[in-house]
Structures are given as C-alpha cells and as structure tokens.
Design a protein around this ligand. Structure first.
Ligand code: 6PG
Length: 233
C-alpha cells in the first residue's frame, strides 16, 4: 500500500504511529516486538516523534535492531546507532540489552558475522515484526547499493561490503532476512527521491540497479509511506 502524507512533518507523525502500532500488535500477539530501524536522515523526525508519543508502549518488551550501519565508531556523527540513540534510545526506557547494535568500530567482516550470530540467537525461527527501510536517490535501501553483491546474497542475514561510490564500508542486512519480515515499511521523503521512488515501483525495474526491488517479502506486507514531494507528479 502507498500512503502519501502532505509533508515531512505529517510523514513523521504517520510513520511514528505505524511503528508504535506494529510494536503494540506484536507485543499483544507474541509478547515482544522485534523491529529493525533504518538510518540516514529521513527517519530522525519519526524517531523523535516516537520517543515523544510512544509512551503507551511497553518498551521492556521491545527489541530494536538496525538495517545497516556505517563502519565507524558509535559516537561518530555518521553512525546510524548514534542517530537512533540521540533521537529515540536516550528518551525511552528500552533495556540496553534489547538494543542490537552493529559494531561499526570492529573490522567490517567480523562486525557482520557477529551481528548475524546475534540476530539468529534473537530470532531463532521467528521473524522480524517490522523492518523500516529508506530509499536512496540511487535506489539503494539499507546498504544494498546498485551493483553490489549483497543484493543477491542467498543465505547470510548480514554482510559487509565496501561501497564503491562512497569509498566506505557498510554492514547491511540482506534480502533473505528482510523478506522474512511480517511487515516492511519504506519511508521516503523529499523531491530528490521522486525518480528513485517511481523507478523502484515500476514493474519493469531490475533489482540489480534498483536494490529496493529485491525486497519482496515471503508472506509479509510491504507499505510505502511517502510525502507529496517524493511522490512527485
Ligand atoms: C543509511 C540508510 C540508508 C538510507 C538512505 C536514505 O545508512 O544511510 O540506512 O539506506 O535509508 O540512504 O537516506 P536519507 O533518509 O538520509 O535520504
């Protein structure tokens, strides 16, 4: 389903409500919620809103993990963990043991293997309740970038890759994990994303060049929360 919000503020309100609703439903149904958060800039306002409005949630039953991480220390301004800590984690009573950080400060391959080991211990044969994803102007999502091997990873739940166009290493979750999710929500804001959004939703698009097209859940649902600017014409 594609839902269009009038502007970035309305989008953040809607996205925060969707996250809170999904977590509440998961806790009600299974006693816990396992949610993967996206990084970058767009979700900042959503997380801040969730921190303010998510008071009704039983945070002691919430597990938060990350869709990807830049291979930098957790206090680095580029760190997705730092962004989520500052906008959300510092403001809600989630147990620290239930925040599943990717160790960006470690060697990338080790960080990816360690993260996958922890995710498999967390989920076992369960599934993520919700994976929140962004969309880059080049069509990347999480840190699945055009032309990268991770898009076609058949088995591992997390991998490390050097992203050519960034000349930087990233750790990312992969389609085998993302597609297990009960719910996948893409959060897309701003006119700069309009072309990537349109191309990604175009049935003719290919996953190799538009990694978000590799996201086809086994049985879960995919929703797009976008603002008018991202929807474009
Ligand atoms: C990251 C994100 C990435 C992000 C897109 C969109 O680590 O940057 O996980 O996939 O969602 O790049 O980023 P913006 O929201 O900043 O445009």
């Amino acid at each position: 389903m594609i839902e269009v919000a009038a502007d970035a503020d309305a989008l953040a309100i809607r996205a925060a409500a969707r996250l809170a609703d999904a977590m509440g439903r998961a806790i009600e149904a299974r006693g816990r919620a396992v949610v993967f958060l996206s990084g970058g800039g767009t979700p900042r306002a959503t997380y801040a809103r969730l921190a303010r409005d998510g008071g009704g949630l039983d945070w002691s039953r919430v597990h938060l993990a990350f869709g990807d991480e830049r291979c930098v220390p957790p206090d680095d301004p580029r760190s997705n963990f730092r962004m989520v800590r500052d906008t959300l984690l510092a403001h809600v009573p989630i147990p620290a043991t239930q925040v599943h950080r990717i160790a960006g400060e470690d060697p990338p391959a080790y960080a990816a293997a360690d993260y996958e080991r922890r995710l498999r211990a967390l989920l076992r044969d369960d599934r993520p309740d919700l994976v929140l994803l962004g969309l880059g102007e080049d069509g990347h999502t999480a840190s699945l970038f055009p032309g990268q091997r991770a898009i076609h990873e058949p088995e591992h739940w997390a991998v490390a890759e050097e992203i050519a166009e960034l000349a930087a290493w990233r750790v990312t979750i992969t389609p085998p994990l993302i597609n297990r999710a009960r719910e996948i929500v893409f959060l897309v804001s701003g006119a700069a994303k309009a072309d990537a959004l349109r191309a990604t939703l175009d049935p003719a698009g290919s996953a190799a060049q538009l990694p978000a097209r590799a996201i086809r859940p086994d049985s879960g649902r995919v929703d797009w929360l976008v603002d008018e600017a991202a929807r474009g014409e």
